[in-house]
Design a protein around this ligand. Structure first.
Ligand code: GTP
Ligand code: MG
Length: 197
């Protein structure tokens, strides 16, 4: 798929403020700092469309981007960040949870995982929750530029084995790097395929 245009539409914290154009949503979630905003920028080839930061907790609203005038990329706040008040966390859980459970236009939730870390319970619990709630999701490993090809393969195998302890079928899995653009074509093709069915 060729990205012809990518524009910011709006930032929201309430489900009722989601765009109602009928365009499909493809949303990105995962631990704070895993690389959600960077991945969105890499996919659309724009450096600072989604704001990124070395400091966890940068994205705190649901941010909508319209791609090729046809579908949405949705940047979500990360889970599991430290140094944020309990009230803020509760608010986060409220509006993101509502978005994930009730947004009918959510065609795929990409759950991002840092490929350098072994499976973490916070991610496994989130994956389990999404699966049990029937949210359509796929897994994306990020920051693959930081480790060798061998280590990438081992990390992916390891994760699959962990998932197979609880699930019969594996989700779609992508390996990406926002630094060297690997995985870009595969992800865009995947989105294209969903959009054209
Ligand atoms: P929050 O909005 O805080 O939840 O974080 P986020 O998941 O949106 O992460 P963000 O995209 O802001 O990236 C966090 C940090 O990781 C930044 O310093 C990025 O430059 C870096 N980063 C993200 N993706 C990659 C990648 O693929 N490779 C490398 N080397 N660094 C990355
Ligand atoms: Mg972000």
């Amino acid at each position: 798929m060729i990205i012809k245009s990518a524009v910011f539409i709006k930032s929201i914290t309430k489900l009722r403020d989601c765009p109602n154009s009928g365009a499909h949503d493809f949303a990105f979630i995962g631990r704070s700092n895993v690389g959600k905003s960077s991945l969105i920028n890499m996919l659309v080839n724009k450096r600072q469309l989604a704001k990124t930061s070395g400091k966890p907790g940068k994205t705190q609203t649901i941010n909508y981007f319209l791609i090729n005038g046809q579908w949405h990329l949705v940047d979500l706040p990360g889970y599991g960040w430290a140094g944020v008040s309990k009230q803020k966390k509760t608010e986060w859980i409220g509006f993101v949870r509502e978005y994930l459970l009730k947004r009918h236009n959510l065609y795929c939730l990409f759950i991002l995982l840092d490929i350098r870390h072994p499976p973490q319970s916070i991610d496994l619990e989130f994956i389990k929750w999404a699966g049990l709630e029937g949210i359509p999701f796929a897994l994306i490993f990020t920051k693959s530029d930081k480790i060798s090809k061998n280590k990438i393969d081992t990390a992916v195998e390891n994760y699959k084995n962990q998932l197979l302890k609880e699930w019969e079928k594996l989700p779609d899995i992508f390996v990406t790097s926002s630094a060297n653009h690997s995985g870009r074509e595969e992800l865009l093709n995947f989105i294209d395929k969903i959009n054209s069915t």
